[in-house]
Design a protein around this ligand. Sequence first.
Ligand SMILES: [Cu+2]
Length: 226
Amino acid sequence: MRLTSLVYGLLSLSTSVFGHAIPLSDESAATLEKRAILPVTGASGSVLPRLEVRQLKQKTAQWNIFLLAMQKMQSTAQTTKTSYYQLAGIHGVPRANWDDVGRCSACTGQVDGYCTHDSILFLGWHRAYLALFEQELVAAAKSVAATFTGTKKTTYTTAANNLRLPYWDWAAKPASGSTLPATITAATVTVDTPSGSKSIRNPLSRYVFSDTSGLVYNQYKIWTVS
Ligand SMILES: [Cu+2]
């Protein structure tokens, strides 16, 4: 979410409380009112550490529910604002407006988007962005956990509640093998589902676009289109 959008949303709320019309930059109140504000709260529940991706993999239940949650986000319709596709678009590519919020007229070239790569807002912007991604990831994990039954439902619900977005420590060198985790490069991965063990497309390896119109980088053209 562009930070200015969030600020505008809060200002819009305050105008309804106090009954005053506040002129908001060059955007009309009518345009602002039709937007759905998505609060960035971070993951619900306790404050927990984010684990390095290879450490998370050691936690079998959390790793499984993490992969299933990523699969669920990626299989959500690209038009849904909290889908993997739309959340990725907030960062910049696919190049599409999120919730009708237009991009700045001065943003040109291939690295435009809402991401503030070239400003002092860089760190703050990405903290909010990752908090949004993480809250949707954990929500998806809880949703998937609820589809299990019996003791597995209990196990995966606990795992989902304790799941946080992992990170990759690129400076951590394993005793052998590639520094790039195999869990990212493997084409398929085996997961435990409510209907048993299954091999699925690895959601950490690729995303399959159903609409490539927002893609602008040549290297993305090699990706599969369903
Ligand atoms: Cu960025």
